[in-house]
Design a protein around this ligand. Structure first.
Ligand code: PMP
Length: 372
């Protein structure tokens, strides 16, 4: 009954953590992949009044023209460049799916980072493509040679994600130049997932659109993280016209359009200043990183809301999680995002009290491991 394609799709590695969250009383939950604040009231008002006023029918497939205009304008203002073709998507997830369907034929390869946001690998399989990885563990710069090592004659897409889920790493301008050079050399399309582009703590942030040739770049971004609205399913894609047009056609026959009344709220969101929330997240990052610094090797994330500490004592995530669960601490084992089992994803999208309890638990576990 079930297609071979469906049989190839594994259970998400994070699922077990969700089950643990549900079954652990009063957990110290640092496993969350969404901001801990709610949608600003002004945007709730725009959304509810759009619904009340009957803005509940389909929009055009590519999304409200004025929203598309603002997205392109926002990118031009921030980065002084960018493609002018755009599409409003059902989250960045929707944009990734449409992009993969539009770019990949069966047997083609996508080159993704390791560690990676798990959806990339699954979407490659759903598109009947395959995937390989390039090393993006902290500690050394991303070079042309590192990327080159993963390129084969079947590679069509080079995927980057800065700031990164799960490591918080941001790519420098020089690293993006290496991406651009390899893409040009091998005629690849660069898919750049910049969903965390507002959560950056080391400025200026380098966007792929400032480094990669516009005619080979699909830039994806969204509203879920920045405005605390992951359930509203809103994102955007910009890229060269033929690609955006192919994605629009797939959208026409699948998602149809992003949620109509919420597109009104997305338009209003672009005028809402979230800098206080971002500053608060910078402080949360430092709270975690400084808190665990004596016990964990962990580079300071340049963006997103994740830290990526190494598991001390080389004991692997299974044994680490046993100890964590005894303290009701929930983090995600790095192997959910990687071929390696050496790190943890620690989310700092939580209130400060939860972060402090998390730091205490993490330090106590490291101390226990050190004593053997
Ligand atoms: N990309 C990355 C790197 C993410 O972390 C997420 C959300 N966890 C997404 C894409 C998907 O976000 P959404 O579909 O809500 O826009």
């Amino acid at each position: 009954m079930i297609s071979r394609r469906a049989q190839r799709i594994p259970e998400s590695g994070i699922r077990r953590i969700f089950e643990l969250v549900a079954s652990t009383p009063d957990p110290i939950n640092l496993s969350i992949g969404q901001a801990h604040f709610d949608v600003p009231d002004v945007l709730k008002d725009v959304a509810t009044s759009a619904i009340q006023q009957g803005f509940n029918r389909y929009t055009v497939t590519q999304g409200l023209p004025e929203l598309n205009e603002r997205i392109v304008g926002m990118l031009a203002d921030r980065y002084g460049t960018g493609n002018t073709w755009s599409l409003v998507t059902s989250g960045v997830s929707g944009g990734l799916m449409l992009g993969f369907l539009a770019l990949l034929d069966p047997g083609d390869e996508v080159l993704i980072p390791d560690p990676y946001f798990t959806m990339y690998a699954v979407l490659a399989e759903m598109s009947d493509a395959t995937w390989r990885t390039y090393d993006l563990y902290p500690g050394k710069p991303l070079t042309e040679a590192t990327l080159q090592a993963g390129v084969t004659e079947r590679t069509r897409v080079l995927l980057i994600n800065s700031p990164s889920n799960p490591t918080g790493r941001t790519l420098s301008g020089a690293e993006l130049d290496a991406v651009a050079a390899v893409a040009r050399r091998h005629d690849l399309v660069v898919v750049s997932d910049e969903i965390y582009q507002d959560f950056v703590y080391e400025l200026p942030f380098a966007s792929a659109c400032q480094h990669v040739d516009a005619d080979r770049l699909l830039l994806l971004g969204g509203f879920s993280k920045t405005y605390g609205m992951p359930g509203w399913r809103l994102g955007w894609a910009t890229g060269p016209e033929p690609l955006i047009d192919a994605m629009r056609r797939f959208q026409q026959f699948s998602f149809v359009c992003a949620p109509a009344p919420l597109q009104q709220a997305a338009l209003a969101a672009l005028d809402v200043d979230m800098s206080a929330e971002i500053e608060a997240y910078r402080a949360k990052r430092d709270r975690i990183i400084d808190g665990i610094a004596d016990h964990y090797a962990c580079s300071r994330p340049g963006g997103s809301f994740y830290a990526w500490p190494e598991i001390p004592g080389d004991i692997g995530s299974e044994r680490f999680m046993e100890r964590a669960l005894k303290r009701r601490l929930l983090v995600v084992p790095g192997k959910a995002f990687s071929a390696r089992d050496s790190h943890l994803r620690v989310s700092f999208a939580a209130d400060d009290d939860m972060l402090d309890r998390g730091v205490d638990a993490l330090c106590a576990i490291a101390e226990e491991i050190r004593r053997g």
